[in-house]
Design a protein around this ligand. Structure first.
Ligand code: PLP
Length: 418
């Protein structure tokens, strides 16, 4: 049992260099966050050794008494945090949670109505070569090309026309609240299930700064690693006893084998943290930071460079930037920000004239920096750095110095040795 540095120095170096990268860049990928050390501890624990197929109290393996405690805690905390009657905390990821949801509420060939991938939806909401697009008949709604907003009358029209079995509300790149009540009304009218995928905004819901989909949806799925800031994984909520049974069967044995008990223990801790006042305060900073960035990127100097904020602002933890009229494309903007040590991802805009590997947009998120401790003052500084970077002939060295001052002022994982 020699340490990693001896057994596999190459991988040990990857870990070391990655910690260094996370410390020295400003992480603004909207789907990323920094887990607390307490979560790292469970994930790197002996719980990874345990097989526990089944559910607490009903396992197919012996020796589950301790992992049962962990899973019961994760379930109880998820239910309390989101005010749901039932929770399944076993999905390995957001995508497997979504596969299980569909497994539970639809049959191959059924029609699903979801937000199209190129307008902000997720792969699992019906992308052609994803399991969802291959197994189900997909009808997609989009966003209005002018306003970048989902047109609920269009959702209604498509629902009435195509009679979907499932209506999906949720997104990977959309900067506004969804009208959950209207989605449910439409679902009820056409006899569909409403499934909300809150993977992105779950932390905002937990922190009380975003409306909750739980009272409206038949089923809610989520990841734990985005705004919640927990381990990379998923979970599913419902208030319906019958659906809860179907979901449990769909997750195991329908979708997965042994649950990742080290991750489930870490989920329990993440849900505990997400119920604290400190977490709620952090979500306020997440939102406030996104507002500050949207406002700065709406100012005249940026507009003069052809850069636009899609939908004119944000209600959530991310800002979508439209570069169609700018001198740089999405890939160039991503690379340029990387050069000044800010990590974001390029993102297609609706009807993007450029290919998906290039795109004409950016997605900029604030959760990781809020976890790092950033408040309004720091987000104002970051917003200005980004605003200047996106204008012609930016002073890369000067901007990078400003970023370095921020990373130095907010050390990441000071308790970790390397
Ligand atoms: N659902 C939505 C809305 C997402 O944005 C994502 C991830 O980007 C997922 C599901 C999938 O999560 P994972 O990457 O854990 O499979």
């Amino acid at each position: 049992n020699a340490p990693l540095s001896e057994v596999d120095p190459e991988i040990a170096q990857v870990l070391e260099r990655e910690l260094d990268r996370q410390r020295s860049y400003l992480e603004m990928i909207a789907s990323e966050n920094f887990v607390p050390v307490s979560v790292l501890q469970s994930q790197g624990s002996v719980l990874t050794n345990k097989y526990a197929e089944g559910y607490p109290g009903r396992r197919y393996y012996g020796g589950c008494e301790e992992v049962d405690v962990a899973e019961e805690l994760a379930i109880a905390r998820a239910k309390e945090l989101f005010g749901a009657e039932y929770a399944n905390v076993q999905p390995h990821s957001g995508a497997t949670a979504n596969a299980a949801v569909l497994h539970a509420i639809a049959r191959p060939g059924d029609t699903l109505l979801g937000l199209s991938l190129d307008q902000g939806g997720h792969l699992t909401h019906g992308m052609k070569i994803n399991f969802s697009g291959r197994l189900y008949n997909i009808v997609a709604y989009g966003v209005d090309p002018e306003t970048s907003l989902i047109d609920m009358d269009e959702v209604h029209r498509l629902a009435v026309e195509h009679n979907p079995k499932v209506i999906i509300a949720g997104w990977s790149a959309y900067p506004r609240h969804l009208d959950f009540a209207r989605f449910r009304e439409i679902a009820d009218e056409v006899g569909a299930y409403l499934w909300v995928d809150m993977a992105h905004f779950a932390g905002l819901v937990a922190g009380g700064v975003h409306p909750s989909p739980v009272p409206h949806a038949h089923v809610v799925s989520s990841t734990v690693h985005k705004t919640i800031g927990g381990p990379r994984s998923g979970f599913i909520l419902t208030n319906d006893a019958d659906l809860a049974k179907k979901i449990n069967t769909a997750v195991f044995p329908g979708q997965q084998g042994g649950p990742l008990m080290h991750v489930i223990a870490a989920k329990a801790t993440a849900f505990k943290i997400a119920g604290t006042p400190e977490f709620a305060e952090r979500q306020q900073r997440v939102l406030s930071g996104a507002h500050i960035i949207a406002e700065r990127l709406s100012q005249q100097d940026v507009a003069d460079a052809g850069v636009k904020v899609r939908s004119g602002g944000t209600d959530v933890h991310l800002v979508l930037v439209d570069l169609r009229d700018a001198a740089i494309d999405g890939k160039q903007a991503e690379d340029l920000l990387h050069e000044i040590h800010i990590t974001v991802n390029r993102n297609a805009v609706p009807n993007d004239p450029r290919p998906p590997m290039v795109t004409s947009g950016l997605r900029i998120g604030t959760p990781a920096l809020a976890t790092r401790g950033f408040g309004d003052a720091e987000f104002t500084e970051v917003a200005d750095v980004i605003a200047l970077a996106l204008q012609p002939n930016p002073d890369i060295a000067a901007l990078r110095t400003r970023v370095a001052a921020l990373t130095a002022a907010f050390p990441l994982y000071p308790e970790l040795q390397q």
